[in-house]
Ligand binder design. Structure first.
Ligand code: C5P
Length: 225
Protein backbone atom coordinates (compact mmCIF):
# COMPACT_ATOMS: atom_id res chain seq x y z
CA UNK A 1 0.00 0.00 0.00
CA UNK A 2 1.23 3.47 -0.80
CA UNK A 3 0.24 6.49 1.22
CA UNK A 4 2.32 9.08 -0.62
CA UNK A 5 -0.76 10.50 -2.31
CA UNK A 6 -2.95 10.63 0.79
CA UNK A 7 -3.72 14.21 1.73
CA UNK A 8 -2.57 14.17 5.33
CA UNK A 9 -1.33 17.40 6.87
CA UNK A 10 2.14 16.81 8.31
CA UNK A 11 3.39 18.88 11.24
CA UNK A 12 7.04 19.81 10.85
CA UNK A 13 9.79 19.19 13.42
CA UNK A 14 7.97 16.57 15.43
CA UNK A 15 9.48 13.42 16.93
CA UNK A 16 7.99 10.26 15.45
CA UNK A 17 8.55 6.93 17.20
CA UNK A 18 7.38 3.76 15.42
CA UNK A 19 7.19 0.36 17.12
CA UNK A 20 6.25 -3.03 15.72
CA UNK A 21 5.89 -6.22 17.71
CA UNK A 22 4.06 -9.53 17.93
CA UNK A 23 1.25 -9.84 20.52
CA UNK A 24 2.15 -9.38 24.21
CA UNK A 25 5.84 -8.59 23.68
CA UNK A 26 5.71 -5.48 25.88
CA UNK A 27 5.51 -2.87 23.11
CA UNK A 28 2.41 -1.21 24.57
CA UNK A 29 4.03 -0.78 27.97
CA UNK A 30 7.14 0.73 26.41
CA UNK A 31 5.07 2.99 24.13
CA UNK A 32 3.32 4.38 27.22
CA UNK A 33 6.63 5.07 29.00
CA UNK A 34 8.20 6.64 25.89
CA UNK A 35 5.15 8.83 25.25
CA UNK A 36 5.06 10.06 28.83
CA UNK A 37 8.79 10.79 28.97
CA UNK A 38 9.00 12.63 25.63
CA UNK A 39 5.48 14.12 25.69
CA UNK A 40 4.25 12.26 22.61
CA UNK A 41 0.73 11.39 21.52
CA UNK A 42 0.46 7.64 22.01
CA UNK A 43 -1.62 5.40 19.78
CA UNK A 44 -1.86 1.66 20.27
CA UNK A 45 -2.94 0.91 16.69
CA UNK A 46 -4.14 -2.59 17.60
CA UNK A 47 -6.93 -0.91 19.58
CA UNK A 48 -8.38 0.48 16.36
CA UNK A 49 -8.60 -3.02 14.85
CA UNK A 50 -10.07 -4.20 18.14
CA UNK A 51 -12.62 -1.36 17.95
CA UNK A 52 -13.69 -2.56 14.48
CA UNK A 53 -13.75 -6.19 15.68
CA UNK A 54 -15.96 -5.20 18.61
CA UNK A 55 -18.49 -3.73 16.18
CA UNK A 56 -18.41 -7.01 14.24
CA UNK A 57 -19.13 -8.97 17.44
CA UNK A 58 -21.74 -6.69 19.01
CA UNK A 59 -23.43 -5.06 16.02
CA UNK A 60 -23.15 -7.76 13.31
CA UNK A 61 -26.09 -6.32 11.34
CA UNK A 62 -24.37 -2.96 11.05
CA UNK A 63 -20.97 -4.37 10.12
CA UNK A 64 -20.79 -2.70 6.71
CA UNK A 65 -18.16 -0.49 5.12
CA UNK A 66 -20.30 2.69 5.17
CA UNK A 67 -21.08 2.28 8.89
CA UNK A 68 -17.44 1.58 9.75
CA UNK A 69 -16.36 4.63 7.76
CA UNK A 70 -18.74 6.83 9.77
CA UNK A 71 -17.52 5.33 13.06
CA UNK A 72 -13.82 5.72 12.20
CA UNK A 73 -14.34 9.30 10.99
CA UNK A 74 -15.77 10.17 14.40
CA UNK A 75 -13.30 8.06 16.36
CA UNK A 76 -11.37 9.66 19.24
CA UNK A 77 -8.49 8.08 21.14
CA UNK A 78 -10.74 8.14 24.24
CA UNK A 79 -13.13 5.69 22.53
CA UNK A 80 -10.30 3.15 22.40
CA UNK A 81 -10.08 2.98 26.19
CA UNK A 82 -13.20 0.78 26.37
CA UNK A 83 -12.26 -2.22 28.58
CA UNK A 84 -14.27 -4.58 26.37
CA UNK A 85 -11.59 -4.19 23.71
CA UNK A 86 -9.05 -6.02 25.91
CA UNK A 87 -10.62 -9.49 25.75
CA UNK A 88 -9.04 -12.42 23.95
CA UNK A 89 -12.20 -12.85 21.88
CA UNK A 90 -11.89 -9.30 20.54
CA UNK A 91 -8.13 -9.76 19.91
CA UNK A 92 -8.76 -12.86 17.81
CA UNK A 93 -11.53 -11.14 15.85
CA UNK A 94 -9.20 -8.13 15.36
CA UNK A 95 -6.60 -10.29 13.66
CA UNK A 96 -9.32 -11.46 11.25
CA UNK A 97 -10.67 -8.00 10.35
CA UNK A 98 -7.05 -6.79 10.04
CA UNK A 99 -6.68 -8.93 6.91
CA UNK A 100 -9.29 -6.91 5.04
CA UNK A 101 -7.69 -4.36 2.71
CA UNK A 102 -10.60 -1.88 2.82
CA UNK A 103 -10.77 -1.97 6.61
CA UNK A 104 -6.99 -1.43 6.84
CA UNK A 105 -7.26 1.62 4.57
CA UNK A 106 -9.99 3.12 6.76
CA UNK A 107 -8.00 2.53 9.91
CA UNK A 108 -4.79 3.82 8.35
CA UNK A 109 -6.14 7.31 7.74
CA UNK A 110 -6.88 7.66 11.46
CA UNK A 111 -3.42 6.34 12.31
CA UNK A 112 -1.68 8.68 9.86
CA UNK A 113 -3.42 11.70 11.39
CA UNK A 114 -2.25 10.69 14.85
CA UNK A 115 1.32 10.04 13.65
CA UNK A 116 1.85 13.14 11.51
CA UNK A 117 -0.52 15.68 12.98
CA UNK A 118 -0.70 15.19 16.74
CA UNK A 119 -2.25 18.09 18.73
CA UNK A 120 0.15 21.02 19.20
CA UNK A 121 0.48 20.27 22.92
CA UNK A 122 2.53 17.16 21.99
CA UNK A 123 6.14 17.13 20.78
CA UNK A 124 5.32 14.27 18.41
CA UNK A 125 3.81 10.82 18.28
CA UNK A 126 4.50 7.23 19.28
CA UNK A 127 2.57 4.47 17.49
CA UNK A 128 2.86 0.75 18.06
CA UNK A 129 1.40 -2.11 16.03
CA UNK A 130 2.37 -4.54 13.28
CA UNK A 131 2.98 -2.36 10.21
CA UNK A 132 4.06 0.95 11.73
CA UNK A 133 7.73 0.94 10.63
CA UNK A 134 6.95 -0.62 7.26
CA UNK A 135 3.74 1.09 6.13
CA UNK A 136 2.32 3.78 8.42
CA UNK A 137 5.37 5.82 9.49
CA UNK A 138 8.25 4.63 7.27
CA UNK A 139 10.06 7.94 7.88
CA UNK A 140 9.89 7.68 11.69
CA UNK A 141 12.88 9.13 13.59
CA UNK A 142 13.11 6.06 15.79
CA UNK A 143 12.05 2.60 14.65
CA UNK A 144 11.93 -0.32 17.07
CA UNK A 145 11.00 -3.98 16.75
CA UNK A 146 10.14 -5.34 20.18
CA UNK A 147 9.82 -9.07 20.67
CA UNK A 148 10.03 -11.86 23.27
CA UNK A 149 9.78 -15.63 23.06
CA UNK A 150 6.34 -17.21 22.72
CA UNK A 151 6.18 -18.71 26.23
CA UNK A 152 7.14 -15.44 27.91
CA UNK A 153 4.56 -13.53 25.90
CA UNK A 154 1.86 -16.09 26.73
CA UNK A 155 2.70 -15.92 30.46
CA UNK A 156 2.47 -12.12 30.42
CA UNK A 157 -0.86 -12.14 28.57
CA UNK A 158 -2.21 -14.93 30.82
CA UNK A 159 -1.45 -12.91 33.97
CA UNK A 160 -3.01 -9.81 32.46
CA UNK A 161 -6.20 -11.60 31.36
CA UNK A 162 -6.52 -13.48 34.65
CA UNK A 163 -6.95 -10.22 36.56
CA UNK A 164 -9.98 -9.46 34.37
CA UNK A 165 -11.60 -12.85 33.87
CA UNK A 166 -12.42 -15.53 36.42
CA UNK A 167 -11.41 -18.50 34.36
CA UNK A 168 -9.01 -18.65 31.50
CA UNK A 169 -6.50 -21.42 30.89
CA UNK A 170 -2.85 -20.88 30.09
CA UNK A 171 -3.00 -23.30 27.16
CA UNK A 172 -5.88 -21.32 25.60
CA UNK A 173 -3.88 -18.10 25.87
CA UNK A 174 -0.80 -19.78 24.38
CA UNK A 175 -2.81 -21.19 21.46
CA UNK A 176 -4.52 -17.88 20.83
CA UNK A 177 -1.20 -16.00 20.65
CA UNK A 178 0.29 -18.69 18.38
CA UNK A 179 -2.69 -18.41 16.06
CA UNK A 180 -2.47 -14.62 15.94
CA UNK A 181 1.30 -14.71 15.30
CA UNK A 182 0.74 -17.04 12.38
CA UNK A 183 -2.01 -14.90 10.92
CA UNK A 184 -0.17 -11.57 11.45
CA UNK A 185 3.12 -12.84 9.98
CA UNK A 186 1.71 -14.72 7.01
CA UNK A 187 -1.08 -12.47 5.79
CA UNK A 188 -0.69 -10.89 2.36
CA UNK A 189 -1.41 -7.27 3.33
CA UNK A 190 0.93 -5.46 5.73
CA UNK A 191 2.29 -8.55 7.48
CA UNK A 192 4.25 -8.23 10.71
CA UNK A 193 7.94 -8.07 9.88
CA UNK A 194 11.06 -6.34 11.11
CA UNK A 195 12.22 -3.66 8.71
CA UNK A 196 15.97 -3.47 8.04
CA UNK A 197 16.21 -0.03 9.60
CA UNK A 198 14.49 -0.85 12.91
CA UNK A 199 16.31 -1.72 16.11
CA UNK A 200 15.60 -5.15 17.59
CA UNK A 201 14.84 -5.40 21.30
CA UNK A 202 14.22 -8.81 22.82
CA UNK A 203 12.41 -8.36 26.15
CA UNK A 204 12.38 -12.07 27.17
CA UNK A 205 14.89 -11.48 29.94
CA UNK A 206 14.52 -7.75 30.27
CA UNK A 207 12.61 -5.92 32.98
CA UNK A 208 10.27 -3.11 31.94
CA UNK A 209 12.65 -0.56 33.47
CA UNK A 210 15.80 -1.94 31.80
CA UNK A 211 14.07 -2.11 28.46
CA UNK A 212 12.91 1.49 28.79
CA UNK A 213 16.43 2.65 29.70
CA UNK A 214 17.78 0.98 26.55
CA UNK A 215 15.15 2.70 24.44
CA UNK A 216 15.78 6.05 26.15
CA UNK A 217 19.46 5.76 25.27
CA UNK A 218 18.58 5.09 21.62
CA UNK A 219 16.16 8.02 21.45
CA UNK A 220 18.41 10.48 23.31
CA UNK A 221 21.32 9.63 21.02
CA UNK A 222 19.12 10.18 17.98
CA UNK A 223 17.74 13.49 19.26
CA UNK A 224 21.19 14.97 19.89
CA UNK A 225 22.45 14.28 16.34
O1 C5P B 1 -1.73 -5.19 19.28
P1 C5P B 1 -3.03 -5.92 19.47
O2 C5P B 1 -2.86 -7.26 20.07
O3 C5P B 1 -4.04 -5.10 20.19
O4 C5P B 1 -3.59 -6.13 17.99
C1 C5P B 1 -4.75 -6.88 17.69
C2 C5P B 1 -4.67 -7.36 16.24
O5 C5P B 1 -4.79 -6.23 15.37
C3 C5P B 1 -3.33 -8.01 15.86
O6 C5P B 1 -3.30 -9.39 16.13
C4 C5P B 1 -3.24 -7.70 14.38
O7 C5P B 1 -3.89 -8.70 13.61
C5 C5P B 1 -3.99 -6.41 14.21
N1 C5P B 1 -3.09 -5.27 14.01
C6 C5P B 1 -2.62 -5.03 12.74
N2 C5P B 1 -1.85 -3.93 12.50
C7 C5P B 1 -1.50 -3.11 13.49
C8 C5P B 1 -1.92 -3.36 14.82
C9 C5P B 1 -2.71 -4.48 15.06
O8 C5P B 1 -2.91 -5.77 11.82
N3 C5P B 1 -0.76 -2.03 13.21
Amino acid sequence: MNYKNKNIFKRKNIIKVAIDSPAAAGAGTQAKLISKHYNLLQLDTGRVYRYVANIKINEPNKFKYSYLKKKINKLRIKDLENKKLLSDEVATAASVVAKDRKIRELVHIFQLKCAYNPPKSYAGSCLDGRDICSVIVPDADIKLFITANLKTRAIRRYKELKTKKNYISFSDVLESIKKRDKSDINRKISPLKKTKDSILLNTTNLSIRRCFLKIKKIIDRKLTI
